[in-house]
Ligand binder design. Structure first.
Ligand code: 4AD
Ligand code: MG
Length: 466
């Protein structure tokens, strides 16, 4: 007999009329047996948060033989009638005519029983945590955000660009590249005490990219507006709830944009994503608002209704110095803004997103455009309440001489950047761009405390098992 076509639970819920014949397949969340001779299954297939209720009459052919195997975590296929439910708690239910079991899940051993598990524990069973309500909702929201990122840029004529993952340039110059090599680490070839990388796979020292920006600039200098959306890697030893060693970044790069245009785009981009998610993921967002962070709806709506505050770095420092707050890190002009400072400014002072711009050149990478004062660069960071930095970007230095000087000042080898410099020798143009940390976005939107819980398989120091 031909297998009947499966209907996703989400699609079924959208049907308020009775359907004589449907097939639903999914994982059992619970089974309850009534004295009246019925079993009630709560079934979930990941298409939406809500479970479907399946009611099975114990006289159903063959059901008694498999009933005890249908436990939490088992996988079943149910064929039956989608009908108005006489019971409380749901308006429709699936009245089974046939139940098939694909895979059982021994209740003695299956780790995801009905009780609530901590997120820390769930990370240890990363292969099963997608079956929890929270992880399912996170992944659907993550998926929608990815989709609407592509929509945002495509609707504006940006070209999606895939930049290389293996690269020779440390874009951020922070020395946080993971090395890529096929050299035998037990017998590294050396010449005069130095590793001989000419014998390595690529004939030189290579690593995993920390950012696609430099290559993105190459294409912006030809296609005008591009964006990348890919994995980036940073070997920084930060064990915080905001850092991953492998994360996804979205990096638009635009010719003919100055810093103001860049800030406008960043603000429009974030607002577009928030409004889209509220519209298209309402069920999951309701869940986050009830179960994870009760302020999340209000926060997102407030962001949509207000303009981001834009302030000079110098003014930000001034505000921090004036404040009565006790900060762990210094607040002198020239210091990096730390998470505690960023949150204080956006949460307590302005109570909304802020864009801090014109940072001291000494604390920012070589590629940022030097201001006329010679001391600051046209950098911008977008800071969100509760999260801190979500976007880092800048106008780029388009002047060859100035760029060369900055590369040398930062003790970088200008020869390594010859192709990047060439963009300033041939048809240079003012241009700007930024990078948005995708997991930080998902974290902000869902209200999840830890960034490790918004990516399928988190990679952090000492942790890459699965
Ligand atoms: O501020 P960052 O380092 O900027 C760049 O890499 C630029 N090249 C971007 C550009 O102008 N095209 O990183 C950008 C964003 C940060 O604001 C943050 O949201 C995220 O990437 N990010 C991380 N997210 C998770 N884990 C980490 N370790 C992260 N480091 C940065
Ligand atoms: Mg940054």
């Amino acid at each position: 007999m031909k297998k009947s076509k499966r209907t996703k639970i989400k699609v079924l819920f959208a049907q308020s009329v009775e359907l004589e014949e449907v097939t639903v397949e999914g994982w059992v969340r619970t089974r309850r047996d009534s004295k009246g001779g019925f079993s009630f299954l709560e079934l979930n297939d990941g298409s939406c948060l809500k479970n479907i209720q399946v009611i099975v009459d114990h006289t159903l052919d063959g059901f008694r033989d498999i009933q005890e195997e249908i436990t939490t975590g088992s996988c079943v296929s149910v064929q039956g009638k989608w009908a108005t439910s006489p019971g409380k708690g749901q308006s429709m239910e699936l009245q089974a005519r046939q139940v098939k079991i694909y895979g059982s899940a021994d209740p003695e051993k299956y780790p995801l029983q009905k009780k609530r598990h901590s997120f820390e524990y769930l990370r240890e069973i990363a292969h099963l945590r997608p079956r929890t309500n929270t992880m399912g909702a996170v992944m659907r929201v993550r998926n929608r955000l990815a989709y609407s990122i592509h929509r945002f840029f495509n609707e504006r004529g940006f070209v999606y660009l895939n930049t290389p993952i293996i690269t020779t340039s440390d874009c951020e110059g922070a020395g946080e590249m993971f090395q890529v090599t096929t050299l035998d680490l037990d017998k590294v070839p050396k010449t005069d005490g130095q590793v001989d990388y000419s014998q390595d796979f690529f004939g030189g020292k290579t690593g995993l990219t920390v950012s696609g920006q430099l290559e993105g600039e190459v294409f912006a200098m030809a296609l005008s507006e591009i964006y990348t959306f890919g994995p980036t890697f940073r070997a920084e030893n930060s064990n915080t709830s905001r850092h991953l060693a492998e994360f996804w970044m979205v990096e638009p790069e635009m010719a003919f944009y100055d810093l103001d245009d860049n800030m406008d785009l960043a603000e429009e981009f974030i607002k577009f994503l928030l409004s889209d998610i509220l519209e298209h993921c309402s069920e999951d967002m309701e869940f986050f608002n009830q179960r994870i962070d009760k302020t999340i709806h209000a926060t997102l709506k407030q962001i949509l209704d207000n303009e981001f505050e834009r302030i000079h770095y110098s003014d930000a420092i001034h505000l921090l110095q004036k404040s009565k707050e006790k900060f762990v890190y210094a607040t002198e002009w020239g210091c990096n803004l730390q998470a505690e400072h960023e949150r204080y400014l956006s949460e307590k002072v302005f109570k909304k997103p802020i864009i801090v711009f014109n940072y001291p050149e000494a604390i920012k990478p070589f590629y940022m455009k030097l201001n006329e004062d010679g001391e600051t660069v046209r950098a911008m960071d977008v800071l969100l309440p509760k999260l801190g930095e979500i976007i880092g970007g800048s106008q780029r230095e388009e002047n060859y001489e100035v760029l060369l000087k900055r590369i040398e000042q930062k003790d970088l080898n200008s020869e390594d950047y010859w192709w990047y410099m060439d963009l300033r020798r041939f048809g240079s143009a003012p241009h700007s761009g930024f990078g948005l940390g995708f997991e930080r976005l998902v974290q902000f939107v869902t209200g999840m405390e830890n960034i490790r819980d918004v990516i399928p398989f988190p990679r952090t120091p000492k942790h890459a098992t699965f």
